[in-house]
Write a protein that binds this ligand. Sequence first.
Ligand SMILES: Cc1cc2nc3c(=O)[nH]c(=O)nc-3n(C[C@H](O)[C@H](O)[C@H](O)COP(=O)(O)OP(=O)(O)OC[C@H]3O[C@@H](n4cnc5c(N)ncnc54)[C@H](O)[C@@H]3O)c2cc1C
Length: 445
Amino acid sequence: MVVVGGGVAGLVAARDLAASGRDVLLLEGSPELGGKLRSAEVAGLTVDVGAEAMLARRPEGIDLARELGVEVVHPTAATSGLWSRGALRDLPRSLMGVPFDLDQLAASGVLSAEGVARAAAEAASEPGDDVSVGDLVGARLGDEIVDRLVEPLLGGVYAGHARHISAAAAVPQLLAMARRGSLLEQASAVPASVAPVFAALPGGMGRLPGLLRDGGGFEVRTSATVRALRRTRSGWALTVGPTTHPETVEAAAVVLATPAAPTARLLGVDVPDAAAELAAIGAASVAVVSLAFRTEDLPDALFERSGFLVPPVEQRTIKASTFSFAKWAWVRDLDPGVVVLRTSLGRHGEEATLQAGDEGLVRVSLADLSAMAGITARPVDSHVQRWGGALPQYAVGHLDRVARIRAAVDGQPGLAVCGAAYDGVGIPAVIGSARRAVASVTRAE
Ligand SMILES: Cc1cc2nc3c(=O)[nH]c(=O)nc-3n(C[C@H](O)[C@H](O)[C@H](O)COP(=O)(O)OP(=O)(O)OC[C@H]3O[C@@H](n4cnc5c(N)ncnc54)[C@H](O)[C@@H]3O)c2cc1C
């Protein structure tokens, strides 16, 4: 069997297929495994420059760590912030912007008094089958809460726009609540939980690809881009490698664990309906700028914050900063004399932000950190990681689109798809999609 793509989806699929006794070859186009899970060195310290956490409230990530025999760690008690209306404020607790506690929302100062009053006067609205998260919350609680709370929260996960992202795909709980009745009433009844929301591996999520590969019992080829896929009498033929030296690999079954755009190209000939649907899924490009400072150069107050989000309405360049040194004890412990934080930039359709060179991205990050967090020191080192077309955009109707893709792919024996384009972009959801693909491709044998 062949798995195409060596991100977390492909690695999990390859490992599970090999564990069930099959011969598995994983083909990864880039020189390195891991996809959006990657570590790099800043000031000699190894930190994540891609994904840095996974949701702990879904089981797949934690269960996988347990299977691999590694412990998980949780963020410190440092609290998240939000830059709004000229100040860095506490991020009010909410379900994707729907506040659990209106008094806490008002006290945070994130919204104007009128914005809070509008949110408190929840309007009636019927959400229908699917609607954007922004339109759903906006119709009930007003535009200001969308602009200042929903946008930055969704922007942090999808690098997308609240008025485009599907509520059914991205926040199904919210849609279910809207169908049942008042969002505010139901949100206020959500019990405060002490269970940690996020988890990570000590040393970073960038360790996960190596852990999945080691002892996984499957063969890996990197720098092996799959350029074409064709059905044969007995299975599939993959064209691999540079156009000047193409090679054909035959396989009885194939799992495509690649992002939507390359998957669309690979399915173009034999599964054109799925290819057309996949080609219609947009993707946002983002960049992560990691900055290292001398510990004594940072204001003490920042050590109690895990970072902050920035709503697009504020018209700054960065959309978030994660104070990794305050959020993760393992980062803090790397070197007591050095602190590492990161900024993220780039939203769907706003690629111009990323057209600056690396020095330019560092410069705008520093300017925003100075204005919003009072960090005026020069960094001792920096690292810029660009992620082109990295985050699939779940537009309204995404779930139906995915159902159509799966119906077309399932009609092809020995073929399955998985990864961030389908059931969620977070690591646990991606692991879930890989396990679903393995079940589908082995069921048909
Ligand atoms: C900056 C950033 C931060 C994030 N932070 C978090 C976070 O904190 N928590 C979280 O849960 N999620 C986070 N995410 C999302 C999450 O990391 C991704 O959704 C997930 O890792 C995607 O895994 P994947 O295997 O589906 O795809 P990818 O990681 O994209 O892997 C796909 C692989 O396929 C390869 N490939 C593509 N085309 C071909 C081809 N033709 N032939 C061979 N190989 C090919 C690529 O090189 C790549 O290695 C973040 C994403 C980004 C970009």
